[in-house]
Design a binder for this molecule. Structure first.
Ligand code: IMP
Ligand code: MG
Length: 185
């Protein structure tokens, strides 16, 4: 039987650490939104953030709603934060009474989230904040800081816990680094 574990060079964020991260961020979100009179809406960016969303939302005590967006960012321009294609938009028209928390797997260049924050504010969201499991601050093209960060990591390509390489490895329960050979498979 094929086993994706065989392709893993090392574990970077263990299941235990991931559990601690979602517990901590859920408590922060409860503290910040527990008294909100508006609808609190977690918007997960497909597909990489679904595992993080699933764990996080079950630990948040504040009543929340969820929705999804699918985007692709493409590099290129140096100053623009506009190089983001939206493939799937929010499935609701009116977000004026929504306090949105964007849920992302990893912030790399910063383009995706900085663009989406502006986009959702222009669309009329009551407020927009961002939550990312992982952050690679050394890779930024645009000035961007997420409101909730699980953990900063060095500039290494990571997989697992939702993150993929070529659509593989998303179901691994930890965040890890692949063996170089795995990229040639
Ligand atoms: P950016 O911040 O706009 O560059 O976009 C970040 C997106 O790039 C994430 O949502 C991931 O889909 C992808 N990405 C960046 N680094 C990694 C990685 O190490 N593993 C898997 N996906 C990554
Ligand atoms: Mg992504």
């Amino acid at each position: 039987m094929k086993n994706e574990l065989d392709d893993v060079l090392k574990i970077l964020v263990s299941e235990e650490e991931l559990d601690g991260i979602t517990t901590r961020i859920a408590a922060q979100i409860d503290e910040d939104y527990g008294a909100s009179e508006y609808r609190v809406l977690l918007v997960a960016i497909l597909k990489g953030s679904v595992v993080f969303l699933g764990d996080l939302m079950r630990k948040i005590k504040t009543p929340i709603e969820i929705d999804f967006m699918k985007v692709s960012s493409y590099g290129g321009g140096t100053k623009s934060t506009g190089n983001v294609n939206i493939h799937l938009d929010l499935q609701r028209a009116d977000i004026a009474d929504c306090e949105i928390i964007l849920v992302e797997d990893i912030v790399d260049s910063g383009r995706t989230l900085s663009h989406l924050v502006e986009y959702l504010k222009l669309k009329g969201a009551r407020s927009v904040r961002t939550c990312t499991l992982l952050d690679k601050p050394s890779r930024r093209d645009v000035d961007f800081k997420a409101n909730y960060v699980g953990r900063e990591i060095p500039d290494e390509f990571v997989i697992g816990y939702g993150l993929d390489f070529d659509e593989k490895y998303r179901a691994l329960p930890f965040v890890g680094v692949l063996k170089p050979e795995a990229y040639e498979k």
